[in-house]
Ligand binder design. Structure first.
Ligand SMILES: NC(=O)c1ccc[n+]([C@@H]2O[C@H](COP(=O)([O-])OP(=O)(O)OC[C@H]3O[C@@H](n4cnc5c(N)ncnc54)[C@H](O)[C@@H]3O)[C@@H](O)[C@H]2O)c1
Ligand SMILES: O=C(O)C(=O)C[C@]1(C(=O)O)C=C[C@@H](O)C=C1
Length: 370
């Protein structure tokens, strides 16, 4: 799904994005596309410059007067950063996109922060990869964006964050922080643990066994590639609700194991096959309840691979040339092996832009294999 760049943005004034990784840069790209004025800040000069180079906005300066601040930093520092932003910009509404909402809210409340201007939020969209290079303009398109209002949230602040979510392409959903944390334990945090544990079984497995891996394993383990540091913070920040879901899962798992053990001892053990069938059938029923992204199939991109010389400015030139070819970059991955004089850039674009981009890059002197 692509965002409608022509539709006027509801967000007015400057938006300051603090933390220009995957989430911050994706939001900044979506807002910039809608011609919202976006300024970018991050303690990492590389992260912020990269987001700027990707077209996500301009670098923050001392005279900025943002109407809205979007904090997209790691969860364990989010309360500190939100508190700083509230103090630094006393007229701005501040939101954050951290995956847990109760802990940061409690910390801010305990510190006496101005909760009329702070509205925590959480887009239910992301990737198993981090950083601005993984950002996508349409990351939030059609995805729920939870807005965790409190009893003291000012109506204008609430509307500003709803507008921001909608301008990024998300579908705003209002929910209390606690209700949110219990819901995401079920639909996001416990699934991450399950995927990681399944994938971890492969770590020391024999190579011939791993070599047989098919699509089923790939589907179940995509998110096992997620950032361990980020996820340790998310899981620790929502510990009790995640433990509740995993305990229920352990009960089901124990029943399946008992059925399997009884079948191993007696191939006609009564009731065992029924328990196995029920486990699979219940999974099907649960899966059927998962809403699609606007009911549509996921977007498939064409990947164009380009050889990039290992020289300062080469990647910047490539990104400029992609932009000048009039092509919207949906994703960029860089592979670089030590000691090699070149890197490979994999650029994802919508399928219709694939061939025109290959032609345009070759004309500009880039090596595009294949
Ligand atoms: N990754 C996902 O799928 C996903 C989805 C929804 C929400 N979130 C939430 O979004 C937030 C950002 O996650 P991400 O995946 O974009 O991570 P990321 O690692 O891609 O980016 C985090 C950015 O925050 C910056 N940062 C670190 N400390 C900071 C500080 N003190 N102040 C300001 N910036 C700081 C880092 O330099 C980095 O650029 C997290 O709170 C996460 O829970 C992530
Ligand atoms: O698609 C992915 O890679 C994600 O894991 C995204 C996902 C999710 O569980 O859906 C992960 C964590 C976030 O807080 C929100 C979204």
């Amino acid at each position: 799904m692509t965002l409608d760049a022509a539709a006027p943005a509801r967000t007015t004034g400057t938006v300051r994005v603090v933390g220009t990784g995957l989430l911050g840069t994706s939001a900044a790209l979506a807002l910039t596309l809608r011609r919202v004025d976006v300024v970018l800040a991050d303690p990492s000069p590389t992260a912020v410059a990269l987001a700027r180079d990707l077209g996500a906005g301009r670098l923050a300066g001392p005279d900025d007067d943002p109407a809205l601040v979007l904090v997209a930093c790691p969860p364990d520092v989010v309360a500190d950063v939100v508190a700083d932003e509230l103090a630094r910009f006393p007229r701005a509404v501040v939101t954050d996109v951290a995956s847990v909402k109760g802990g940061p809210l409690a910390t801010l409340r305990a510190r006496g922060a101005d909760l009329t201007r702070y509205v925590g939020s959480h887009p239910m969209a992301g990737r198993e990869r981090s950083g601005a290079v993984a950002a996508r303009t349409d990351l939030f398109a059609g995805r729920p964006w939870v807005i965790a209002a409190t009893e003291v949230t000012g109506p204008a602040a609430l509307q500003a964050v709803r507008d921001l979510a909608a301008d990024c392409g998300g579908a705003p959903v209002t929910m209390a922080a606690r209700e949110h944390d219990e819901a995401v334990a079920l639909v996001s945090h416990a699934p991450q643990v399950a995927a990681s544990l399944v994938a971890a079984r492969l770590r020391d497995a024999a190579e011939p066994a791993v070599a047989l891996a098919g699509q089923g394993l790939r589907d179940v383990t995509r998110i096992a590639a997620s950032d361990p540091a980020l996820w340790a913070q998310i899981l620790a920040g929502n510990a009790a609700p995640v433990a509740d879901v995993l305990e229920a899962l352990r009960t089901d798992l124990d029943e399946v194991i008992t059925a399997l053990r009884s079948l191993a001892a007696d191939p006609v053990a009564p009731g065992a096959r029924a328990r196995l069938a029920r486990a699979i059938a219940d999974g099907g029923v649960g899966r059927d309840r998962i809403p699609g992204k606007h009911g549509s199939a996921p977007t498939l991109y064409r990947t164009v691979v380009v050889v990039v010389p290992d020289r300062p400015g080469a990647l910047g030139r490539l990104l400029t040339d992609v932009g000048e070819a009039g092509v919207n970059l949906e994703d960029l991955r860089l592979e670089h092996s030590e000691g090699q004089a070149v890197a490979l850039a994999s650029i994802d674009v919508v399928p219709a832009s694939g061939e025109p981009l290959v032609d345009a890059l070759r004309v500009r002197g880039w090596t595009v294999p294949g």
